[in-house]
Design a protein around this ligand. Structure first.
Ligand code: 5RP
Length: 223
């Protein structure tokens, strides 16, 4: 099975966590796009979605799924999103699609985080994938030095020859050379550095369930 087919498999499997009448929290990325396409098949049964990015909002609306502002609704029963890495405890690295801040906001608003991923995303220790960190542009150079003091290398994510600008008008640092052995402590530490908007470690907002696409089918991990 190709990676694309594995993503479609878990996108479809995630529908079992959607209850009729729900407003569904929706993440961002190529795996979530498969979920959105599958969700369109039951759009008459749900109230709508809260989206974590302009890209997902556009896809949801194009398929006729109503999108609500996060502030307009209360707690959501489920948030469904992909990950760049997930460990055996449900801690994740996210933000490969630069949507980490809104993803963390919608995840925090939801009772349950269902992660959908192909099996290439499962790791023993977080840190193989360059860690995305959304930052206020004026703090970039100092934050690069602060990561260097940890022995890591941070680089500004570029797009079309200029720093990528997120949906929130900020920049992304991608940090390599990390071994995140204590994700909860790491997330707390980096999140309080001045100029950091959001660090892409999701330990405080970890997954409750992971639907992992494998060549043998969908494997369900619960945390
Ligand atoms: C976007 C994310 C995505 O969930 C993550 O990058 C995984 O994406 P994909 O499903 O395309 O592999 O965090 O900010």
């Amino acid at each position: 099975m190709t990676q694309d087919e594995l993503k479609a498999l878990v996108g479809q499997a995630a529908l079992q966590y959607v209850t009729p009448g729900d407003i569904v929290g929706v993440g961002t990325g190529s795996t979530v796009n498969k979920f959105i396409d599958a969700l369109a098949g039951m759009k008459e049964q749900i109230a709508g979605a809260v989206s974590s990015s302009e890209a997902s909002t556009a896809r949801l609306k194009a398929l006729g799924i109503p999108v609500f502002e996060a502030n307009a609704v209360g707690e959501l029963s489920v948030y469904i999103d992909g990950a760049d890495e997930i460990d055996g405890q449900g801690h994740m690295v996210k933000g490969g699609g630069a949507a980490l801040t809104r993803e963390k906001i919608v995840a925090a608003q939801s009772r349950r985080f269902v992660c959908i991923a192909d099996d290439s995303k499962l790791v023993k220790v977080l840190g193989r994938f360059p860690l995305p960190v959304e930052v206020i542009p004026m703090a970039t150079a100092r934050l690069v030095r602060q990561f260097a003091q940890m022995g890591a290398t941070a680089q500004v994510r570029m797009k079309d020859g200029a720093p990528l600008v997120t949906d929130n008008g900020q920049h992304i640092l991608d940090v390599t050379g990390l071994q995140i052995t204590d994700p909860l402590a790491f997330e707390s530490q980096v999140n309080q550095w001045p100029g950091v908007v959001t660090v892409g470690v999701f330990a405080h907002q970890k997954a409750s369930v992971c639907l992992l696409g494998t060549p043998d089918g969908v494997k369900t991990l619960t945390f």
